[in-house]
Design a protein around this ligand. Structure first.
Ligand SMILES: [Zn+2]
Length: 168
């Protein structure tokens, strides 16, 4: 996790203190309590027969690695809206939610920020226009021929579960 040193409200020094049974950062001047939570991310699982759509990342972390498309939620955004927005930004497509697949913990980047990944199975309602935004390529991969370089342990977990279900 990044080390936060100053209060975002008044610039006072933050100090560690146990508040409500957890060590937290509180401001030494204004008593602001810096509650920290895992950051929510969403991912959209698009299946076609025995294949899954993966996107290739154009940015760090995991630049060049393959991932389930998705990204961070915006403030106040519902995860269902977030996954639809991300798929539109990255692939120029619209989709509808089929069902919630599951939630997976992971960390992001060199700071090691905790993230909470919410994965949905989605169904495209328009064609894919192409890879845009922070994505450089995309493709459908059969579960027995997935790319070797998969970004993020959470995506790997999701693929393993889907692969197992597909071979049942
Ligand atoms: Zn303060």
């Amino acid at each position: 996790m990044p080390t936060y040193r100053f209060c975002p409200c008044c610039g006072g020094a933050l100090r560690k203190k146990v508040v409500e049974h957890h060590p937290r950062l509180i401001c030494s001047k204004c008593e602001f309590i810096f509650y920290q939570n895992s950051k929510p991310c969403v991912g959209g699982i698009i299946l076609k027969g025995n294949e899954i759509l993966l996107t290739q990342r154009g940015i760090e972390p995991y630049k060049g690695y393959w991932d389930v498309p998705g990204g961070f939620l915006e403030l106040g955004e519902h995860p269902e809206d977030g996954v639809k927005r991300e798929l539109h930004e990255e692939l120029g497509m619209r989709c509808k939610i089929k069902k919630l697949f599951g939630m997976f913990m992971d960390t992001y980047g060199p700071s090691g920020d905790w993230i909470l990944n919410i994965y949905y199975i989605v169904e495209p309602t328009t064609k894919i226009k192409g890879a845009t935004d922070d994505i450089v390529d995309y493709g459908f991969f059969p579960f027995n021929k997935l790319p070797r370089k998969i970004a993020f342990p959470a995506a790997r977990q999701v693929l393993n579960l889907l692969k197992r279900a597909a071979s049942d």
